[in-house]
Write a new protein. Structure first.
Length: 230
């Protein structure tokens, strides 16, 4: 066969490894509340439920610990990490600074191709929200922001956001489904996208700040209620 005429099919998505699958299942279980904050993560039952070895479970726990979803307590072992308002406030402060700067820069650098890509990401998020599939919602929300940071050229800032992504997703689980919010999370993100696409840096920054402000307010109230219920 002529090597020059050989065409290789592009791999769009890397195949998931067993560890990736277990990480996703464990992360979803924590996000959905199947494992409550403070609950112990015992290796043997996890191995039996997931049908995997202790090595895979231990690797998964270490990975989720790096994401801030799990913490290891002396003489107790790994537990689902608790999240208080002091920690959440710091995360929202970081998001406000990094996301508003990225949205502003992306608006200045917006192109027709990027606009189409951002609209597609927003449509995927809308579809996930309608289906109420939280695993897909978190992935779609992450993909939406990833496009904005990439267009802005804020690669280092995105690395910082990624390190916080587990805790950010936990907070999203608290706020996106809130019934008493004045503006839905999707509406806020649509406003961010619209401002970026209009190439309006000031409105893009303002839209991010409005989104973070309302999300933080809801999270503070929910976490306060959880503390009172303990």
């Amino acid at each position: 066969m002529d090597q020059k005429t050989l065409t290789l099919e592009r791999i769009e998505t890397a195949p998931q490894t067993l560890r990736d699958i277990v990480q996703t299942k464990m992360r979803d279980a924590i996000m959905s509340g199947h494992f409550a904050p403070g609950e112990r993560l015992v290796e043997r039952p996890l191995c039996e439920q997931l049908g995997v070895s202790r090595t895979v479970v231990r690797e998964t726990i270490r990975y989720l610990e790096a994401e801030g979803l799990v913490e290891t307590i002396s003489h107790k072992g790994p537990i689902v990490a608790t999240l208080n308002w002091s920690q959440a406030k710091q995360i929202y402060d970081i998001r406000r600074q990094l996301e508003s700067a990225a949205a502003e820069a992306a608006a200045k650098a917006s192109t027709p191709a990027f606009e189409a890509d951002l609209r597609a990401a927003l449509a995927q998020l809308d579809e996930a929200m309608r289906a109420q599939d939280w695993s897909v919602i978190f992935a779609a929300a992450t993909a939406f922001y990833e496009r904005i940071f990439a267009q802005a050229g804020h690669t280092v800032a995105w690395e910082i956001v990624q390190r916080l992504n587990g805790r950010i997703s936990r907070l999203r689980a608290l706020t996106l489904s809130a019934k008493d919010r004045s503006t839905s999370g999707l509406a806020h993100m649509s406003a961010i996208a619209d401002a970026v696409i209009r190439k309006d840096p000031r409105d893009a920054r303002a839209a991010v700040k409005a989104h973070i402000k309302e999300a933080a307010k809801i999270a503070q109230a929910v976490l306060a209620q959880e503390k009172r219920n303990d």
